[in-house]
Design a protein around this ligand. Structure first.
Ligand SMILES: Nc1ncnc2c1ncn2[C@@H]1O[C@H](COP(=O)(O)OP(=O)(O)O)[C@@H](O)[C@H]1O
Ligand SMILES: [Mg+2]
Length: 450
């Protein structure tokens, strides 16, 4: 995680508060400590905290009451309770009241750090959703995902967005290229200027030049007025040319000229026009191969391939699926703000499926699942048949990689089931699975279950 965030540690034992501060504080994490509920509330009135770690037993209040008061001040905050053996009942109650997790003393610092990190991710997702809804910004601009490849995407995005460099977004259909284009535009210096979007697949060969570059009156039959074209509209702003692989070959050379010296010529005009446009391109094709095959202008390809961001298909970042599901459950209007849950067996299906339509398909499946949910739970029956059906017979035997994937999802399912059986008690679940608590934590982290 690259974002900086703040943690509040509340424990009446100064030594523990100090230890946690020392262990948790890092380049991205600021930690403040308080020893009483009163001090904690004072801190929360001064600073925005993303996560609070609260001892369930404090000298001046119950941890549960403090949790409630903290969330009244800062609703997006996630709270983790620390509990001793005598207060497990309180911890369970805290969970019921919306605590993120509880940790029993004596705690393992590595485990504590993991839980804090995970709680932060949840808190930041929620506050981002809220902010977007509040700002009336399309919620579609939010890029959800914490896997390594998505962290890389985010890193590149943050770096390139404020520049005027043309960006090429590649990836399968539904992988999130358009979402990313919006995110770039929003973070750019041109965020207040026009953002013009054109799907090149819909450009008609004969009219493509005029639609892009505009025309002067009388340039061709039917050209009754001057038209400024998409370039005129996007001047001083951003132009997103989606499916650039489908752009008619005739206009590739003209686009190349725009990229090289910022000038173009409207149809029927003798004079060149200057433009100031930031370009974003996207394609689901392999343009290098198309160049090789002589189907795409090589010079144009090199000019747009300066800064490329590749969005990996969803099946290569399955650990993002639970977070995406949570995100869609929250934002999709069919949910009417109710708190829906996904049954572990259904989640297992979602994790195993190959997602040829990527995030778009997942979004559609969740939308359908919300409608078909049974008593607030998305079950196997709420999912489309193809998700739970075994792959068709006669398919090529699975590669070693697929086998490994399916072993992993079996293991994951087993862990999830055991946790469910043990009512979320990780120590017990680890015992029953015959692995150490540490190994269980490592697995939980791998599978994005923490
Ligand atoms: N990383 C993501 N986080 C949240 N939603 C996403 C993400 N990627 C894709 N989506 C969702 O999937 C849909 C399809 O994404 P889109 O950007 O249109 O894909 P592409 O342009 O690559 O075909 C979007 O409307 C959005 O709801
Ligand atoms: Mg698209």
């Amino acid at each position: 995680m690259s974002d900086a965030y703040s943690v509040l540690v509340v424990d009446d034992e100064p030594a523990i508060a100090r230890l946690l501060k020392r262990e948790l504080e890092s380049e991205v994490r600021t930690v403040r400590t308080a020893h009483t509920a009163q001090e904690a509330l004072q801190e929360a009135n001064k600073t925005d905290f993303d996560v609070a770690v609260v001892d369930i037993r404090l000298p001046d209040a119950r941890g549960i009451d403090l949790m409630r008061e903290l969330r009244a001040v800062q609703p997006d905050m996630e709270v983790i309770c620390i509990t001793g053996h005598g207060t497990i009942g309180d911890a369970v109650e805290a969970m019921r009241l919306g605590a993120y997790d509880y940790i029993t003393k004596p705690f393992n610092l590595e485990e504590m750090e993991l839980v804090v990190e995970r709680a932060y991710q949840k808190a930041s997702l929620r506050s981002e959703n809220r902010r977007l809804r509040h700002a009336h910004v399309a919620i579609d601009d939010l890029i959800v995902g914490t896997t390594r490849p998505m962290e890389e995407v985010r890193y590149l995005l943050e770096r390139v967005a404020p520049t005027d460099v043309p960006v090429l977004l590649t990836g399968e259909s539904g992988a999130g290229k358009e979402v990313l284009a919006h995110a770039i535009q929003r973070r750019s210096r041109r965020s207040e200027a026009h953002f013009v979007i054109k799907n090149c697949a819909t450009l008609q060969k004969e009219l493509a030049r005029s639609e892009l570059f505009g025309h002067v009156r009388g340039a061709f039959t039917g050209a009754l007025h001057n038209s400024s074209g998409l370039f005129g509209e996007a001047h001083k702003g951003t132009l997103f040319l989606d499916e650039i692989g489908d752009i008619p070959p005739e206009v590739q050379a003209s686009l190349l000229r725009v990229l090289e010296n910022g000038t173009y010529r409207p149809v029927g005009d003798k004079a060149q026009k200057k433009c100031d446009i930031r370009f974003i391109f996207a394609t689901n094709r392999n343009l290098a191969a198309e160049v090789e095959a002589g189907h795409f202008n090589e010079a144009f390809f090199h000019r747009i391939n300066v800064f490329t961001i590749h969005l990996p298909p969803l099946r290569e970042r399955r650990e993002d699926i639970p977070l995406l599901v949570e995100h869609f459950l929250r934002i999709l209007p069919v949910g009417h703000g109710q708190r829906l849950q996904v049954h572990p067996a259904a989640m297992d299906c979602l994790l195993r499926y190959s997602w040829p339509g990527n995030v778009r398909e997942l979004r559609n499946v969740i939308e359908r699942g919300i409608i078909l949910a049974e008593r607030g739970v998305i079950t196997l029956r709420s999912l489309p048949h193809e998700l739970s059906a075994p792959p068709p017979v006669g398919e090529a035997s699975p590669s070693e990689r697929d086998e490994e994937e399916s072993l992993k999802s079996l293991e994951r399912a087993q862990i999830e089931r055991m946790l469910e059986l043990c009512g979320g008690n990780r120590t017990l679940a680890a015992q029953k699975l015959g692995i150490s608590r540490k190994t269980l934590y490592r697995r939980l982290r791998t599978y994005g279950l923490l």
